[in-house]
Write a protein that binds this ligand. Structure first.
Ligand code: KG4
Ligand code: ZN
Length: 333
């Protein structure tokens, strides 16, 4: 990495990585120093634009990324009071995600890396989510192995991280992701996009004990399954169309959250990790965070929940992941 930028108090030159994230409907750019300190972070959400269609329209998302990419990049520099020549490397999400949307970020990153003569790191979006925990609590870098629950709109995984770049997949969803279950449930309840946070808000006003939904029984494995609970909700609404939407939302949320917590509890007992990190968009859920805090207390674990701003899609986590990736294995072509 090109060493540039301001000299920190210890006399070492801080390495500033610019992260770019465009995998879904957030156009984001951020600058992270030494992989762990956020200098600036800008997120232009397209949620309002997609709300009228009830979900993300890929072609609309790509076009909005194209329109917003340069202003978001300029804002990230301005917020950090930096010039382009202080950027030592570019990190960009290149997978997984909406193809056209990813292409906008990757094209911008390549053009910048080429013109600034700096290296580029192509980051896996889920690895980005993992690094949100390092941004929230840099000290966990001394606590390997770490146990991660990653719950987003596209993924639900339990991962044991032995070191930077060394991951063991312990379990994952066999069908829908947890965030997808929230979003599909929201749609069945006629809640506007973005479904997950709206369902969570409604659930907070309901009583989960009044409406019970089944949790998948996967025989003690560390996998997840959320398609059954979604079908159960659809059937319930057909039979009980006049039930209280808040109670139904609360019962539905409880089925998803309890399944995440119970499977994580099983992983805790086998993974031999002292720190548990819960990341990804669904980690913004209040009930999930509360129940994970209880689990951590019972099991004597240190819990890291990075908070809604770092859990949902952002570019700071991509810059952080890119920083350590560049240190480990150098630039991507
Ligand atoms: O990580 P993320 O921002 O994007 C992906 O990588 O998918 O996660 C988005 C997912 C969506 O499914 C959204 O409904 C869900 O996270 N989500 C929530 C909450 N906030 C976002 N789900 C439940 N409760 C929330 N408060
Ligand atoms: Zn994400």
């Amino acid at each position: 990495m090109k060493q540039s930028g301001g000299v920190s108090q210890q006399g070492h030159t801080a390495v500033k990585v610019l992260g770019i994230e465009t995998s879904c409907d957030e156009t984001a750019a951020a600058i992270v120093e030494d992989g762990l300190r956020i200098v600036s972070s800008v997120i232009a959400s397209q949620a309002q634009l997609h709300a009228r269609y009830g979900g993300v329209v890929p072609e609309v998302a790509s076009r909005m990324h194209l329109e917003r990419m340069l202003p978001v990049l300029s804002d990230a520099l301005a917020q950090g009071n930096l010039s382009w020549k202080e950027i030592a490397a570019i990190a960009v999400t290149n997978r997984p995600g909406l193809l056209g949307a990813l292409l906008i970020g990757v094209s911008a990153a390549k053009a910048l890396a080429y013109s600034l003569h700096v290296p580029i790191a192509a980051v896996h979006h889920i690895e980005g989510h993992i690094y949100s925990a390092f941004l929230a609590e840099p000290a966990i870098a001394g606590d390997f192995p770490l146990l991660f629950l990653i719950a987003s709109g596209g993924h639900t995984q339990l991962v044991r991280m032995r070191d930077h770049g060394r991951y063991e997949l312990l379990g994952s969803t066999r069908d829908d992701a947890a965030g997808e279950a929230f979003d599909k449930g929201a749609r069945l309840l006629d809640l506007p996009y973005p479904g997950g946070p709206n369902l969570a808000e409604l659930a907070d006003r309901g009583d989960a004990r009044r409406v019970r939904f089944p949790k998948a029984d996967l025989g003690g494995s560390l996998d997840f399954s959320f398609s059954g609970v979604k079908t159960a909700l659809r059937n319930y609404l057909r039979v009980e169309p006049n039930s209280s939407p808040a109670d139904v939302a609360a019962g539905y949320q409880r089925a998803i959250v309890d399944s995440l917590v119970e499977t994580t509890a099983r992983a805790v007992r086998t993974a031999r990790c002292r720190t548990l990190c819960v990341v990804g968009g669904v980690a913004a859920n209040r009930s999930l965070c509360e129940k994970m805090a209880r689990l951590a207390e019972e099991e004597g674990l240190h819990l890291v929940t990075p908070g809604p701003e770092l859990c949902t899609d952002n570019a700071a986590m991509i810059a952080a992941a890119g920083h350590f990736q560049l240190e480990r294995r150098g630039p991507d072509p």
